[in-house]
Design a binder for this molecule. Structure first.
Ligand SMILES: Cc1cc2nc3c(=O)[nH]c(=O)nc-3n(C[C@H](O)[C@H](O)[C@H](O)COP(=O)(O)OP(=O)(O)OC[C@H]3O[C@@H](n4cnc5c(N)ncnc54)[C@H](O)[C@@H]3O)c2cc1C
Length: 310
């Protein structure tokens, strides 16, 4: 069993068998996916966030969804974040939120999205939680950064992601740093054209190092600097720079996805670093989980074995 496509083919074959039960199949996928997601609902996600807290980490909760163009979908996503923030406060969970711009209107217009981010950010300020802005495909980057800088003016407890695969990120980072922005450095998760993005793993990692070094050139930088990768080499590089700067960077943190590299999280926590676990949740869990499954051969085997057993 080599690829996810073969698994999907197998699933289709199973679906033609007389014993096929779609609910059972979905339940089985969900059971496997629970490793990477918080669950269907905000209550499930909060339960998982509490588990992160018990393991010495804070959580970052993300309500799954992107590319919304219907007003009703956009409004209900905004209202989900309002509910989530109230729940986080009432249940005393250590967590921030992370919101995708196209989930709350960027696919239909800049102003709608800005207004929604302003509303969520204001709510987050009231409940005392940090708000991250996820960064999406290259055509949304310019608007996302501009929206972020608008929101940052009113609420310092907000941050944005920067993708090391994008060629433009070096100059974006310089501009963000001039504004003492709170930064999350990631490799980047979308498929981009060669003229916009580095294509090889090597180039993407090298640029990640370059961006991190650029920030550490100012070891007293007072914005949050979040190293968001599972790549041990890049984590070690950031730690070396931190120690070389006599640990003067006050707001260094590490962000990792739920279900990935738990042993690295544990090690970082044990060594006294701030670690946050990113936990997505919601009805759109399948697409997200398939992305995680695709990432590693071992996950594909796990899925194949469960399918055959079921
Ligand atoms: C907290 C967080 C927030 C993010 N936010 C965004 C965002 O806003 N926008 C965006 O475009 N992308 C975002 N990403 C995704 C990111 O861009 C990458 O696609 C994703 O993190 C995979 O890249 P990596 O840095 O882990 O490196 P990879 O090259 O995928 O992995 C590097 C190494 O990590 C180890 N590894 C990776 N996965 C596993 C695993 N499952 N089990 C064991 N070891 C593993 C392996 O040794 C691997 O060689 C985010 C990622 C994180 C962690």
């Amino acid at each position: 069993m080599k690829s996810l496509e073969e698994i999907i083919l197998l699933q289709k074959k199973i679906s033609h068998s007389p014993n096929y039960d779609p609910i059972l199949l979905e339940r089985m996928f969900f059971k496997i996916s629970k490793r990477w997601i918080g669950g269907y609902s905000n209550i499930d996600a909060i339960t998982e966030a509490k588990k992160s807290n018990q393991r010495g980490m804070s959580a970052i909760l993300n309500y799954l969804g992107e590319g919304n163009t219907e007003k009703s979908q956009i409004d209900s996503s905004v209202s989900e974040y309002f509910t989530l923030l109230d729940l986080l406060r009432s249940k005393n969970v250590s967590a921030s939120i992370s919101v995708k711009p196209t989930q709350i209107g960027l696919s239909i217009g800049y102003d709608v999205c800005l207004e929604n981010f302003r509303r969520i950010s204001e709510k987050a300020k009231q409940t005392g939680h940090f708000m991250w802005i996820d960064i999406e495909s290259a055509n949304f980057v310019e608007d996302t950064l501009s929206i972020y800088l608008e929101v940052l003016r009113k609420n310092r407890d907000t941050g944005v992601a920067i993708q090391s695969y994008l060629r433009r990120s070096h100059s974006d980072l310089l501009h963000l740093m001039e504004n003492s922005a709170n930064l999350r450095i990631v490799k980047g998760a979308y498929s981009e054209q060669k003229d916009k993005a580095y294509q090889s793993n090597n180039e993407i990692s090298q640029n990640f190092s370059r961006l991190v070094k650029l920030i550490f050139k100012e070891p007293t930088y007072n914005g949050v600097v979040a190293i968001a990768t599972h790549d041990s080499k890049l984590v070690d590089e950031a730690l070396a720079l931190y120690n070389k700067g006599s640990k003067r960077m006050k707001n260094l943190q590490f962000q990792l996805l739920k279900g990935v590299r738990d042993e690295l999280k544990e090690q970082l926590v044990k060594n006294g670093y701030v670690v946050l676990e990113y936990i997505p949740y919601g009805a759109k869990w399948l697409q997200y989980s398939l992305r995680r499954i695709r990432e590693r051969k071992r996950n594909i085997f796990l899925l194949a074995r469960s399918l055959i057993q079921s």
